[in-house]
Every structure is written in C-alpha cells, then in structure tokens.
Write a protein that binds this ligand. Structure first.
Ligand SMILES: Nc1ncnc2c1ncn2[C@@H]1O[C@H](COP(=O)(O)OP(=O)(O)O)[C@@H](O)[C@H]1O
Ligand SMILES: [Mg+2]
Length: 298
C-alpha cells in the first residue's frame, strides 16, 4: 500500500521496509502491519491530542515525572510548548511502560523503536501469522476462561509490582496469541504509588477482567482480587509470588455494617416504646407486646 505520511520517516531511516496494510484504527491511534526485513511488525501511529478521547484526562497524568520545572509549568499552563510536551510525554509513556513491563516479565509486545510519534513493536500473531484476535473476538470454554483470568490477574500483580496500573484494561486491549494473552495499549498507564486514582483504576481493570471472563465462567464475577492485591501493595508486601485467593474480607466494613444495623434497630425500638407509652396513656387497652430482640442484637 501507499506509505502513510506519518510512517515515511521510519522508511527513510531504514527502520521499516514496507507498509503492508492498516490493521485497526482505534480511538487513539492507527495501527499498521509493516515489514522490517523478513519480519512483520506493528507500527502504531498516535492521533493528535485533539482527535483523541478520554484518556489524556488529568487523572491519568498525576504522579508522572516530567523532566524539568519549565516543562512542568508549560504543561500545567497548556501553552503551545506545553501541549507539545504533554503530547510527547503521553506518547512516550506507552514506550516507557512497554519497556518497564517487559523488564518485569509482563507479556506485552516487544518495543523496537519510537520515532516521530510512531511506535514500532512486535506484531502479536495468531497461528497463521495474521494479527492475533482480541479477547472480545473469541468465545472461550469455562476452563480456558478460568486459566486466562488467573494468568491476567497474575499479570496485573506483576504490573503493580513494577509500579504501574494499566488504566484501560479490557477485552479490547488484550490479544490472544497461541501462547496465551498479551496485554497491549498502555499510553494511559498510571503510576501506582503517585496517583490518587490508581486504586480506582486498578479496581476497574480487575473488574473488567472478572466481567469479561465471567461470561464464560460466572463464578469469576464474584472474585475480589483488586482489594486483595491493593492491601498487599499498600503494606509494601506485594511480590510476584504473593498468593491471592480472590476473596477479600473487609473486617472493618463488616463490623461497621453490624454497628449501623444495631443503631438502627435500637432507634426503632426506642421509637416503638415511645409510641407504645403514648398509646398506653391515651388508650390503656392497646398496649404493645414487648418483642424479643432479633438474634444479631443479643
Ligand atoms: N502489537 C500488536 N500486535 C497485533 N495487533 C495489534 C498490536 N497492537 C495493536 N494491535 C491492534 O490494533 C488495535 C488498536 O491498538 P491499541 O494499542 O489498542 O490502540 P487504541 O488506542 O487505538 O485502542 C488493537 O485492538 C489490536 O487489534
Ligand atoms: Mg485499544
């Protein structure tokens, strides 16, 4: 096919020999299959900021390190220089995340190069050498669903151990290779320790996995891995070998609920007594019988 303009610099630099076909034009980027020597790779061309959607929102940016204070000020002000810096930081964030995660043993596409807003990476292929399907494109039997879910929970733990939360993990951003699931699409990855929204995003990522795999193995919908792994993370004890159960008992929450229920019940009984007393004053024959307290109050 005709080389898209944005990929020309990679051809000129000899990084890419030929653009074969467009793969997918998503919300934030257009992805092409390219040939580099004998290998097929993917080139991800980021859309400009004004053509992108939600993920550049400030909640994702919190805790990200910028190089110097001039840059930080410009980014905060949204000046032209600032917008360019924000843009670069965003695009680089995916490259940085891919390198960091690959180093931590997370199954992500191997990044090769990043040039003028184009990321060149490993193409995740199916058995025939075509681009692998997304989870959303496949139907699983319950055992496969359980196995892939467990694998992805482990991958999320590895990401958290490397200090990152994906932030947009769903059945659209996991490819299914013959060797198993591969996580993609990381420009919005958030800093687990430095971003106040990190837990909310982790819970959403984990919840998306539970509801997707729960379509095939419904018991997965009831698992509570996010709270469990976050408790270890906050205590500084999460490691790649931490054993998780998917059950999370929140003792304080349970005790609180009990406390609130007891308060409500006590208030209700007080009110009943007052009404009974009033009724007794007015109509002595209509006195209320004393109820025994419910078992959980005794
Ligand atoms: N490394 C890759 N190998 C194979 N297919 C890929 C790869 N990266 C992206 N794709 C395909 O391109 C689509 C869009 O890429 P993605 O990184 O998710 O960008 P977007 O931000 O547009 O969602 C993916 O859903 C997937 O189908
Ligand atoms: Mg995507």
């Amino acid at each position: 096919m005709k080389t898209p303009k944005r990929i020309e610099p990679l051809i000129e630099d000899g990084l890419v020999d030929e653009v074969l076909r467009p793969l997918m034009s998503g919300k934030e980027a257009a992805v092409y299959v390219v040939r580099c020597g004998k290998e097929l790779r993917c080139a991800k061309v980021y859309k400009e900021a004004n053509k992108r959607s939600f993920r550049q929102a400030s909640e994702y940016q919190e805790g990200r390190k910028v190089r110097n204070s001039r840059q930080a000020r410009a980014m905060a002000k949204g000046s032209k220089f600032g917008r360019k810096e924000t843009e670069d930081a965003w695009q680089n964030a995916e490259v940085a995340a891919l390198f960091r995660l690959a180093g931590a043993g997370v199954r992500v596409p191997k990044p090769y190069d990043f040039l003028e807003g184009v990321l060149l990476m490993e193409m995740i292929a199916d058995e025939d050498g075509d681009a692998a399907p997304r989870l959303n494109d496949v139907v699983l039997d319950p055992d496969q669903a359980r196995e892939y879910h467990a694998f992805l929970i482990q991958q999320i733990v590895l990401m958290l151990c490397a200090g990152l939360v994906h932030g947009d993990l769903s059945e659209f951003n996991v490819l299914l290779a013959p060797s198993g699931p591969v996580i993609i699409d990381l420009p919005q990855a958030v800093d687990a320790a430095g971003n106040n929204h990190a837990f909310t995003m982790l819970e959403r990522d984990v919840g998306n996995m539970a509801s997707y795999f729960g379509r095939f193995a419904p018991e997965l919908k009831a698992t509570r891995y996010a709270k469990e792994m976050w408790a270890f993370f906050e205590a500084g004890t999460l490691s790649p070998t931490t054993v998780l159960t998917g059950l999370f008992d929140d003792p304080e929450e349970t005790a609180d609920v009990g406390g609130v229920l007891r308060e409500i019940e006590a208030a209700r009984r007080d009110e009943e007594r007052r009404q009974a007393a009033r009724a007794a004053d007015e109509e002595p024959a209509n006195k209320m019988a004393e109820e025994p307290p419910p078992p959980w109050m005794q």
